[in-house]
Design a protein around this ligand. Structure first.
Ligand code: SF4
Length: 408
């Protein structure tokens, strides 16, 4: 195991939030083999020790432990996010049995919500009918046009997946009930692609929402296109043209979550997403064997980092709060790197996603490997949205752009 700041003694946390979302790794294998996937193709190979599908015993224990945690922290809702690998590999009976069991154990005091993140290549009408019946909403992973998607999102034979995903999306668009259950498209940014071509392609697919994600990376394994010792900002340069077109479109029926989140944070929202915002997160991962873990994105850092020795069969969810690596997410506001604490836009950026701060030399006490990009993107969004606000209101709200903060 690599040395890191996470081995330091736990400090008292002030920003800790109870866990209201459970990312369930119900299938630990995938029918695709995406080149950037942290589960299969970065440093951590622990998936090889996992059962292929979550057992009935683990399902039961997970729901029971979630119930205990909700009651203790007076949470009236809980979210189960079916994840993988490819979660549909768990099979239709698994989804029926899980949702029935959760409703039985949790209702009426606690309202469960369900969603699934799928690569959509296995979707059929039968699957969509079942998900709709069970009230499981779904998000689809796709990286853009056929050429761009298939550069990374390939199967185990190296064949691109675009046309299989598109068939799944066409099926979703064929029925208003399915469209209603669709959460949008999740896409990992490829800076070699043409940003406006990607944006317009997503708009042409008839989806209502996209989530643009930065590739998982650390200071030790920098993201494609970033020169850690240089000054380039390929991710901001890719995102800014999309932001400008989306902002000019002003279409309330098409959301780009990253931009909406940045705008919300500029105006004081406390809602963080995985890539941005300092607000402590409220989710844990449950692996197929019942292991309770922090975000799987940490697997980009080093082998075994998420293995914190807790399991739903023998531990309570509350025990995660004593683990330093969990605090990076669960008490994010207390865990900011020294550089970020001084940053004029820390209230928006929040130091980015914790794994993006990691280096084997300093642990997590670095600004994000995307720092230059985040600063440029956030500065641009600030200028644009604050520029739309009349001066008097701007002064009343005490809103200042990054440029003004730096030059004052
Ligand atoms: S812009 Fe850079 S220094 Fe500022 S909070 Fe984000 S990562 Fe930290």
């Amino acid at each position: 195991m690599a040395p890191s700041a996470i081995e330091a003694k736990p400090k008292e946390k002030t920003s800790q939030r109870p866990i209201s979302s459970y990312v369930l790794k119900i299938a630990s294998r995938c029918n695709l083999n995406c080149k950037y996937c942290y589960v299969y193709n970065l440093t951590d190979k622990t998936y090889l020790d996992q059962p292929a599908v979550m057992s009935t015993e683990i399902v039961q224990a997970t729901i029971e432990k979630a119930r205990i945690h909700c009651l203790k922290h007076e949470l009236s809702t809980v979210e189960f996010i079916f994840h993988g690998g490819e979660p549909l590999l768990a099979g239709q009976e698994f989804f029926r049995a899980f949702t029935e069991q959760a409703n039985k154990i949790l209702l009426p005091e606690i309202q469960p919500r369900f969603s699934v993140q799928t690569n959509a290549t296995l979707l059929t009408k039968e699957w969509l009918d079942l998900l709709t019946e069970l009230k499981v909403s779904f998000g689809v992973s796709l990286d853009g046009t056929p050429e761009v998607n298939d550069a990374n999102r390939v199967d185990h034979q190296g064949r691109g997946s675009y046309h299989r995903v598109k068939a799944g999306l066409d099926l979703i668009n064929s029925d208003a009930r399915y469209v209603e259950s669709m959460n949008g498209i999740l896409t990992v940014i490829n800076v070699k692609s043409d940003p406006l071509e990607i944006y317009r392609h997503f708009r042409s697919l008839g989806v209502r929402s996209i989530d643009l994600r930065l590739p998982d990376a650390t200071h030790d394994i920098p993201p494609p296109g970033i020169d850690p010792k240089g000054t380039n900002t390929p991710y901001a340069d890719w995102l800014i043209p999309i932001f400008d077109e989306w902002f000019a479109d002003a279409d309330v029926n098409f959301s780009v979550k990253l931009f909406q989140n940045i705008i919300g944070l500029i105006f004081g929202s406390q809602r963080s997403t995985v890539d941005i915002g300092a607000r402590s997160s409220n989710f844990v991962v449950i692996e197929t064997n019942g292991s309770i873990e922090p975000s799987g994105a940490l697997k980009a850092c080093y082998e075994g980092i998420t293995k914190i020795g807790l399991n739903v069969l023998s531990n309570e969810i509350d025990e995660i709060f004593d683990i330093p690596v969990v605090a990076l997410f669960a008490s994010a506001e207390d865990e900011l790197p020294d550089t970020c604490k001084q940053c004029p836009i820390v209230s928006v950026c929040g130091g980015g996603k914790p794994p993006h701060r990691y280096s084997s030399a300093n642990g997590f006490n670095n600004a994000s490997v995307y720092c230059r990009d985040l600063m440029k993107l956030i500065g641009h969004v600030q200028e644009k949205v604050i520029g739309e606000i009349p001066d008097a209101l701007r002064q009343e709200m005490a809103l200042a752009t990054l440029k003004e903060l730096v030059t004052d």
